[in-house]
Design a protein around this ligand. Structure first.
Ligand code: MN
Length: 232
């Protein structure tokens, strides 16, 4: 069969692509890393000591990212929580990236939600099992348009909030992150080979709580605007 191009035996899955703010262009997604307990007040509310222990990460699937503005309430849970987070989109990567060079790899930033089946996550934690069924389910990461660094710089301070039906639920400041964005990139790159298309969810401030169908969540970060997501 020399000279022929191999064909996929099934239809190839589509590339997950997120809109880039102010353009018709798309940001293609490779992997999604999420940091746990990165704001002290949230670590405390989840029953942990906020002292600066090493960071830990879990992953969501690329196609869990959803820019549609709707979040379908997932099955097998009656305690689905919002976690407002700033997402970091990489344009390049590598291994053993020094903290001082880490921001060179960032393409842009977006508003996001790390939606969590807290009851399932809690059961997995008790059993010492992985978190996927609590974290990496369908459309579990609503995300807004990607704002390029060329337009918004590198947000490192400023308010991050989440309202539900107009009522303030989560409030923090990006400067309260225990592990800053460059430190997260450097740390991850010691354990994984980072690459263009990788996305990092940078943790949530305190105030996580349950949503129900019909709720309207609004995430806002200074400099990145606001994103509205309806629970359906
Ligand atoms: Mn989170």
């Amino acid at each position: 069969m020399e000279g022929t191009v191999p064909q996929f035996v099934i239809d190839a899955p589509p590339v997950v692509a997120l809109p880039v703010a102010g353009t018709d262009a798309l940001f293609p997604v490779r992997r999604v890393y999420c940091i746990g307990r990165n704001y002290a007040a949230h670590a405390i509310e989840m029953g942990h000591d906020p002292d600066r222990e090493p960071p830990f990460f879990f992953q969501k699937n690329p196609d869990n990212l959803d820019p549609s503005g709707e979040f379908p309430y997932p099955p097998h849970s009656s305690d689905v929580h919002h976690e407002a987070e700033m997402a970091v989109m990489l344009k390049s990567g590598g291994t053993d990236i020094p903290v001082a060079r880490a921001l060179d790899h960032v393409y842009g930033y977006a508003l996001s939600l790390d939606m969590t089946r807290r009851d399932l996550q809690g059961a997995q934690k008790k059993l010492g099992r992985p978190w996927e069924i609590g974290k990496a389910f369908e459309r579990s990461a609503p995300v807004g348009p990607v704002h390029p660094v060329s337009a918004v710089g590198h947000p490192s301070a400023g308010s991050i909030t989440l309202k539900v039906n107009g009522e303030l639920r989560q409030q923090g400041d990006l400067n309260q992150m225990i592990w800053k964005v460059p430190e997260m990139i450097a740390y991850l790159s010691e354990y994984f080979e980072l690459a263009a298309g990788d996305v990092i969810l940078s943790g949530t401030p305190s105030g996580v709580a349950a949503v129900v169908r019909g709720d309207v969540m609004e995430v806002a970060v200074d400099g990145l605007g606001a994103m509205t997501v309806r629970v359906v």
